[in-house]
Ligand binder design. Structure first.
Ligand code: KIV
Length: 272
């Protein structure tokens, strides 16, 4: 079948594994809307994650728990329309995969069909194995997420570093191997000691993507609003800010307000 569209080769899960094998780090960022996804994809990111962090940074909720499947699909479809090259991974939101594996499959199929995304991500280890197996059996690529899993915040009670003790560290290692064996194409490791992340990354053949998990993961992910410096209050040690958009945008709005109030905007050239 022929296509008239200009061919842009999309990153595949297979390529991500090749990147790990040759030691090339994988760059992943979150995005939730068309305009930002266009910039991020255009700059050459490998993976965009439509994270359920949308619940925090887009909707202003305190946790990731309230966001719905419909809302995730809305964000994901907007991102997919912009992303020409990167792989788009979408979080299964809280409550859409933990109940049963058939519900997990149904939710994943909705994401794939209604948004056009390329993969789903879910939180947890052996507790979600059945769901992971079922989703994978439908041919949907799955990314795992271990360590700090924000959908379980009310179980943990805090957002502090996970798996500092031996028992939790060895469970995390077992879960990572289990997810690899199931056929997941990658695993996010969130807020765990760097040595543990290094150990996990060298023990499995699929890429690990770290956030607050040190330099030896196979890739890194940050939430877009954090790395652009839009969120000012959030200052974890792992966060590097690449811009101060909070200041740039505040200055721009302040100047705009001044120009409107002083009747400087619009001027002669800015009217019809
Ligand atoms: O929802 C999200 O943004 C995430 C990243 C922090 C990995 O899961």
């Amino acid at each position: 079948m022929s296509s008239h569209k200009a061919e842009i080769k999309r990153i595949t899960t297979h390529q991500l594994r090749e990147m790990k094998n040759r030691g090339e780090k994988i760059a992943m960022l979150t995005a939730y809307d068309f305009s930002m996804a266009k910039i991020i994809d255009g700059a050459g990111i490998d993976i965009i994650l439509v994270g359920d962090s949308a619940s925090n940074v887009m909707a202003g909720h305190e946790t990731t728990l309230p966001i719905t499947l419909d809302q995730m699909i809305y964000h994901a479809a907007s991102v997919v329309r912009a992303a020409k090259r990167c792989l788009v991974v979408v979080d299964l939101p809280f409550g859409t995969y933990q109940g049963s594996s058939s519900e997990a499959l149904r939710s994943s199929i909705r994401i794939m069909k209604e948004s056009g995304a390329h993969a789903v991500k879910l939180e947890g280890g052996k507790e979600v194995k059945e769901s992971v197996d079922r989703i994978l059996s439908a041919g949907i690529p799955v990314m795992g997420h271990l360590g700090l899993t924000p959908q379980s915040i009310y179980k943990f009670g805090t957002y502090t570093v996970r798996a500092k003790d031996d028992a939790e560290a060895s469970k995390l290692m077992e879960d990572a191997k289990m997810l690899e064996q199931c056929g997941c194409f990658g695993i996010v490791l969130e807020k765990i000691p760097a040595d543990l992340a290094k150990n996990v990354s060298s023990s499995i053949s699929i890429p690990t993507i770290g956030i607050g998990a040190g330099p030896d993961c196979d890739g890194q992910v940050l939430v877009m609003q954090d790395m652009f410096g839009i969120t000012k209050e959030f200052k974890p040690r792992f966060l590097r800010r690449y811009a101060d958009l909070h200041k740039i945008m505040t200055d721009a709005v302040t100047r705009y307000i001044g120009d409107v109030k002083s009747k400087d905007f619009p001027n002669e050239n800015e009217k019809y």
